[in-house]
Design a protein around this ligand. Sequence first.
Ligand SMILES: *Cc1c(COP(=O)(O)O)cnc(C)c1O
Length: 389
Amino acid sequence: MNSLPYEELIADLKQRSLYRQLRTIDAVKGTSVSRAGRLLVNFASNDYLGLAQHPKLKMAAADAAQRFGSGSGASRLITGTLAIHSELEARLAAFKQTPAALTFESGYAAALGTIPALFGQGDVIILDKLAHASLIDGARLSGAEIRVYPHNRLQRLWELLDWAREKRRGAKILIITESIFSMDGDSCPLPEIVDLKDEFGAALLLDEAHAIGVLGPNGAGLAAEFGLIDRVEIHLGTLSKAIGSSGGFIAGPSSLIDLLINRARTFIYSTAPPPAVIAAAIEGLDIIASGTGDHLRAALWRNYEELSLKLKRPKPEGKRSGIVPIIVGAEEQALSFSEDLMERGFLVPAVRFPTVPRGSARLRVTLSAAHQLQDVVNLREAVNALYSG
Ligand SMILES: *Cc1c(COP(=O)(O)O)cnc(C)c1O
C-alpha cells in the first residue's frame, strides 16, 4: 500500500487549489438547504423546475415502492423490467416524438453504454471540446478514432468531417455535442450542425441533459425547438435534472433501441433502476409536458432575466438556459468568491479543472423555477458586489 502515494497526490491537488471535498447537506426544504448548521439558498442544483421537491413526485415514488418494492431485483433482461419501466419508456418516446426510448441507471451510463454499442475501431467520433465527461468516456471506450473541434466552431467541424471523409474512407462518423452546455449555459448551433452532418453522411448524438424540461415545446428540448427531431440520429437525455428523478435515456428509432437492448453493456449488466425512481420520472414528465410545465418554465425565465440580464458579467451565447456561469479565471479566486457567497447565505459552487479548462474556473449558478424572485435579486447584488470589490 505504501507504494501508492495517495497523500502526495492529495497534497498536490491542495497546493493547486484543485482539491475537492464532499460537503453534506443535512436537510432540504424547497430551494433552501442546511449545511453545517446554516441555511443556504441552493443555486447549485440542476433541478430546474423544482420537481425533485414536488409532492406528486414524492408520492409517486412512495407508491411505486409499495407496489413493486424498494429495488428492482435484477437487470432489465432478467426479471427487472417492470410495468413502470415500459410505461416510462413509452412516455419518453412520446415526449421526444421518437418511435422508441430506453432508460439507463444514469445519463452517464447511457453515454457509456450507447456509444461503444454503435461505434468502434475503424470509426471516427468528433466531439465538441466542451462535451461532458460521460460523452468523452463513451467515445474513448468505443475504440473509435477521436477528434475534437473547438467549442461550437463550425469551420473546424467541417474540416474534420472533410478529413474523415477523405482519409478514413468507409468509416462511420459520429458527431457528439450537447444542446445546452453544462458548464457554460450556452447552446450549440443545431441547425448548422445537422446540415453539416447530412452533407458528410455522419450521424449525430445530441445530449439534451440541460435542455430537457427547459427548452422547446412541452420542454422536449432543443431538437424539438428547431423542429429537427427526425434529423438527429441519437437523442440522449437524463431523468436526473429537470425531470426531478434520476437516470438517463436514449430516444430514437426502434431498431436503435433494439440494438442497445442487445449490446449496451451498461444497460445489460446493471440492475434495473428502482421502481420509486422510475415512477417519479413518469410523474415529472407528466408535469413538464403539461400547462403546469409551461408555468414553471415561465417562472424559470423570470428568474433568469432577473439574474442574467442585470449581472455585470458577459452573458452566455445562444439560447437562454438555467445555467448562468460567472467566469472568474483563477481557481483560488473562484473558491474564495464561492466562500464569500456562502457567508451571505447562497450556495454557489466554484467549478474548476478538470470539469472546466485550466484557468477558466467559475461560479456556476443554476436557477430553478422554484427560486423566489427576491432570492435571485439578492444573489445578483451579492455577485455584483464581488466585482466592485
Ligand atoms: C449531468 C449530465 C450527464 C449525466 O447525467 P446523469 O443522469 O447525472 O448521470 C450527461 N451529460 C450532460 C451534459 C450532463 O450535464
